[in-house]
Design a binder for this molecule. Structure first.
Ligand SMILES: *Cc1c(COP(=O)(O)O)cnc(C)c1O
Length: 409
């Protein structure tokens, strides 16, 4: 079954009890059992069934099964937001004294989260770029994971997933990939050697910007060593390939309570149905808009991996099967000019989100990156004159005309 068919006819494509073509929304906090013995069994996890929606819910579970099969994992855990998913994915592996290595071009929220882990005795080291050597230099005996984004948001750098998986594995540590910006339609990081994938489902998976959510998908193949991951090593006996997911579900996922709402899981299932269709359109619009902007006299620079002169064009072509993503950034010389362009656009919404069917723009330096130092902003690839565009599904003629008139203003 090809990808777009799988979106509609893959796992759990309709409700077996009723035949409903959409996922039933089990908007309930808890689940009743006939006997005390049955509830005891459900609690222990040995029986089938749900107990309490913070721990598990059938609507949420359906979304988890669908995204698991699209990302080629063995299981998934849905969360209340992308940040909850990233927090849980890394904290399931880290203890006081541990370290992680991430690239500096990642989403500002992830960067801030990793920095604040120092309050808990966990050190994050950030590479200046996505070269394998830069990651290798920062790995120590205490490093427990490498974290990257499939395309850095907003730096637009494209790491070589296969190479970094190889590097991680040579140090007996897993590679975690945030696949929010590309989705499983463009790349399945687990197939490229990564061990764990995370998403902010608030973006492309949902597609219409109607709810916040996140998800963690595990490949289940990583060999947790006794030396580096003693707890996971122990769990392998009872849970085999599911050790990571078992530790998460019976640990921090349950205890921190960052579960996904059943209604949001339904919206995410609905969004998934059109993932391929939307991305075909968005990626082709993004390439056309990037080409237009790169020829425009008022535009100083354009950063989009789809442009043949882009330094990541080659690796992006190899990794993302001929599509280059939903985001592009461009510079117009100054913050004032950037504001002028944003204020003159008719169609693009000026807001802090990406992955919507609508075209969205933002001035990152004064918003998402306002709390970071000028040095941190530069390292993150956020100059003062930069506009980030999350391209939508509008007709490309309208988008180009809109940017053209805004740049002329
Ligand atoms: C938005 C985003 C997140 C955070 O997700 P939320 O759902 O907003 O918590 C993480 N990573 C990337 C790449 C994002 O774009």
């Amino acid at each position: 079954m090809e990808f777009n068919t799988q979106l509609l006819h893959g796992s759990n494509s309709f409700d077996e009890k009723t035949g409903a073509t959409q996922v039933p929304i089990f908007q309930a906090a808890a689940f009743h059992y006939e006997s005390a013995e049955q509830l005891e069994q459900a609690f222990s996890g040995s029986g089938q069934g749900y107990v309490y929606t913070r721990i598990g819910n059938p609507s949420v579970h359906t979304f988890e099964r669908r995204i698991t099969s699209l990302e080629k994992g063995i299981g998934a855990v849905s969360c209340s937001s992308g940040m909850a998913a990233i927090s849980l994915a890394v904290l399931n592996l880290l203890e006081q004294g541990d370290e992680l290595v991430a690239s500096s071009g990642i989403f500002s929220g992830s960067y801030a989260l990793f920095k604040s882990l120092s309050d808990f005795g966990i050190t994050a080291r950030f590479t200046p770029d996505v070269r394998e050597e830069s990651f290798a230099e920062l790995i120590t005996a205490k490093t427990k994971l490498i974290f990257i984004e499939s395309i850095g948001n907003p730096k637009m750098d494209v790491p070589d997933i296969k190479a970094l998986a190889g590097l991680a594995h040579s140090h007996q540590i897993p590679l975690i990939v945030d696949n929010t910006v590309t989705s499983p339609y463009l790349v399945r990081p687990l197939e490229q050697g990564a061990d764990i994938v995370v998403h902010s489902t608030s973006k492309i998976i949902n597609g219409s910007g109607n709810s916040i959510g996140g998800v963690i998908i595990d490949k289940g193949r990583f060999q947790w060593s006794e030396e580096k991951f003693p707890k996971l090593f122990k769990l392998k006996k009872a849970h085999s390939f599911f050790a990571y997911l078992a530790k998460l579900r019976s640990g921090l996922y349950r205890d921190l309570g960052a579960c996904q709402a059943p209604f949001n899981a339904y919206l995410n299932c609905l969004g998934l149905e059109t993932l391929g269709l939307r991305l075909d359109r968005i990626c082709s619009n993004a390439l056309a808009l990037a080409r237009f902007l790169s020829q425009h006299p008022q535009v100083q620079w354009v950063n989009y991996p789809g442009l043949s002169e882009n330094p990541y064009h080659h690796i992006a072509s190899e990794q993302f099967s001929g599509k280059y993503g939903i985001l592009l950034t461009f510079g117009v010389g100054s913050k004032e000019r950037a504001y002028n362009v944003i204020n003159s656009l008719k169609y693009a919404y000026n807001l802090a989100n990406i992955g919507d069917v609508r075209t969205l723009v933002i001035h990152p330096a004064s918003t998402i990156y306002a709390n970071q130092s000028p040095e941190e902003r530069l390292e993150a690839g956020v100059p003062e004159d930069m506009i980030r565009v999350s391209v939508g599904i509008e007709d490309i003629e309208d988008l180009i005309n809109d940017f053209d008139q805004a740049l002329a203003g």
